[in-house]
Design a protein. Sequence first.
Length: 386
Amino acid sequence: MASIASKRVVWSGGAVLALALAAVLVWQALGWQGGGSNRQLWAARADEAGAELEQSFWDGKRGMFNNASPCILQACTDPFNYWWLAHAADALLDRYERTKDDGVRERIGELFAGIQNRNAGVWTNGYYDDMEWMALAWLRAYELLGDDKYRDAALELWTDIRDGWNEEMGGGIAWRKEQLDYKNTPANAPAVILAARLHRNFGSQDDLEWALKIYDWQKRTLVDPESGLVWDGINRTGDGSIDKDWKFTYGQGVFIGAAMELYAVTGEEKYRDDANKTADYVLGTMASPATGLLPNEGDGDGGLFKGVLVRYLTEWTVREPERGGQYGSLILTNAASLWDYGRTGDEARFGTSWAQPPETVVQLSSQLSGVMLIEQAAKLERLGFK
């Protein structure tokens, strides 16, 4: 595919920033100035949410976050929720990017060491989607903190992830190493994001080719061309069928992120169109028509799904000049509901519903989604959304 890629225009980080700034100017012209005396409201709330995550979930002895709060004995640490902890790293990186707090920087390093120690001194595991999330987190840590250990972890993981590609079901990366013929969105769309960001950071044409190849398979196989709905997977049961009834916010978010990254790299409008089509599906079908709230997708892994969506939908919001205002409004509507109705009293503890308080025991997955939502609201606040 080198000949194809050689015809593409590779955008620098400065070009992406210019696009984002242009989008902000368009929003302001359209009346999305926002803020006023409340310009720091969401930043203060993000500080509260981050402090609650630290106080209620952090285990300094292990250098990791507990699975729940409160938790009892072994339930604090088992099972080892590797992919939750990747998102915990991203949540800390959100906070560091916003505050530049040295204490948060230190905590990121402690979490890095804690996860590696818990994973027997290596980064790889048996699930390709898990490893993609970890690689994305540490690549971002490298971008923000500049420490080579984060880069090395991301590259170690990427080397292993590429081995997950095979020609079963026409291509794609497998979900896990013990089931190589089952392909799904969670193992492929984040791989596109990762490959594109590696290309952006290090300039490898091979990484760009991987991003384009994986995206092509994802779109051909697991995206409804009519609605933009992203299906979850294919061949889970061994009969070649697509899980079209598994409609998760997570899948929409990672596909938006994948399209966004390739639009930034290539400048090709088809990727922008793809991102907008799926984002419009979320806005028109997944969000409640009465309240604008995203659905409750349950506890466990499901507690993290909305957090994944809001991260990538927010990133797309700040780059999309025409539709960004509507997407930003969706994020802020959900954040306002979570803060007003979805906390435990005055404590920033978050459950699976963003419209009602959580149960006594709060899982790390839902807490992270809430923390990420509030951080995304703070990001939009900084850019002038209201």
